[in-house]
Design a protein around this ligand. Structure first.
Ligand code: SF4
Length: 410
């Protein structure tokens, strides 16, 4: 992909501009958790001084193409973005403001690890404009946190939430993992009860998955740890749905709940298959009809950005060398993505909106799959929207697999 010469980004009236979500990736962590397969690395802190300038340069490279959009959400994910110093965060904010047209009411989320969060750092983040904090809690039991190789304690979570509130964060997500190895229902119930008592506006609850290549995968495959029990995880999930509904949380996605008005606007962009631009090592984008993935390795990402940036300074144009690969999905893939991602949402997929977007009805493409799973009680159509039933939420992967395009068909 080649960039055009830079042009002022505030050169058109904001009204009528399509929305864009920005994702910025920090690949650094103080230690690697045993279950984690994200693009994150321990022991690479020496790269931090080069990384932030590269991130800002990548913003400059994208600015010409992004100027016809208005940024609605920014998500600083990782890795551990809360490790980024306030000086570096200030440089990132200056880069964002200089290169993108940002809505005044932008949702800016930042993922944080309770271990590193000081009250002073939280106040600094809030002052810079971060208005939504997403904290990786995972469990409120010391032994479970150890099994996951997390560095924090349950007490640290309680303190970090209190400090974030005192620093002015009134929109907070807490991430939890259920279905842990040998975790009885009651242990999960204790974690969720303690977290509900902390009063977050948003909760993400994911079942533990043992991802190939992780330390946990090695331990399970060698028989050193039991594999997670899917039946226990299903019981925990069903209980979670009931308990969070009783506590005033609305489930709006398979794994996400919020108090009214606090859905994550950024993640809704992914589930509605809308445009997003990812920057940083290993970040992914769905932009201008293309799916792009940046280079994973932070040092090679930095080198790629710097080479492109220098070429652009010299010639006015540049190949985007930080991108490892890209593809232009065909229509069948786009339709399947929109259907699968949309079904993750409790609102489901509007049959009329799908037909308008793709010029063909969902029934014409997915008719047999919709019929089969409706008959089996996993899908239902309510008020013109196709959605998963309560049973379908437990077996969503079966439905999604059957919605994928047949690789043998053109
Ligand atoms: S803190 Fe998060 S990103 Fe870092 S290793 Fe642990 S799970 Fe992965």
């Amino acid at each position: 992909m080649t960039t055009e010469p830079a042009a002022p980004v505030h050169d058109a009236p904001a009204e009528g501009k399509p929305s864009l979500a920005l994702y910025l990736h920090t690949p650094f962590c103080t230690s690697k958790c045993g279950y984690c397969d994200f693009n994150s690395y321990e022991g690479l802190e020496h790269l931090v001084p080069e990384y932030t300038p590269a991130l800002v340069r990548e913003m400059e490279l994208w600015a010409p193409a992004a100027r016809r959009f208005r940024v609605d959400t920014i998500f600083f994910g990782g890795g551990t973005p809360s490790l980024t110093s306030l000086d570096d965060m200030a440089a990132v904010v200056r880069g964002l403001e200089a290169n993108f047209d940002i809505r005044p009411d932008v949702e800016w989320s930042l993922e944080a690890n309770p271990t590193e969060l000081s009250r002073e750092h939280l106040e600094g983040l809030r002052a810079l404009g971060v208005n939504r904090l997403s904290m990786g809690v995972q469990s409120m039991h010391e032994d479970e946190l150890k099994m996951l190789e997390r560095q924090h304690s349950p007490e640290r979570v309680i303190q970090a939430v209190a400090d974030a509130r005192a620093a002015g964060f009134d929109n907070m997500n807490l991430d939890l993992i259920f279905g842990l190895i040998d975790q009885p229902l009651e242990r999960w119930q204790e974690t969720l009860e303690q977290v509900i008592a902390l009063g977050p506006e948003h909760l993400s609850c994911y079942a533990l998955t043992v991802e190939p290549g992780t330390a946990l995968f090695y331990q399970v495959s060698k028989g050193l740890l039991n594999a997670p029990d899917p039946d226990v995880a299903a019981d925990q999930y069903e209980w979670t749905r009931d308990r969070l509904a009783a506590a005033g949380y609305q489930q709006y996605e398979i794994s996400n709940w919020s108090k009214p008005g606090h859905q994550c606007r950024h993640n809704l962009v992914y589930w509605r298959a809308e445009a997003y631009l990812g920057m940083g090592a290993g970040a992914h984008s769905f932009f201008a009809g293309q799916r792009l993935a940046n280079i994973d390795a932070p040092n090679r990402y930095v080198d790629g950005v710097n080479a492109s940036w220098k070429e652009r300074q010299a010639t006015g144009r540049a190949e985007l060398r930080q991108i490892a690969g890209g593809e232009t999905p065909d229509e069948a893939t786009l339709r399947a993505d929109a259907m699968i991602l949309g079904l993750r949402l409790m609102e489901g997929v509007s049959l009329a909106e799908f037909a308008m977007r793709f010029g063909v009805t969902p029934e014409a493409i997915f008719g047999p799959v919709i019929e089969r799973y409706t008959r089996l009680g996993l899908l239902e159509t309510v008020d013109g929207r196709l959605r998963l039933t309560a049973r379908g939420l437990l077996l969503s992967n079966e439905v999604f697999t059957d919605l994928l395009p047949d690789p043998d068909e053109d």
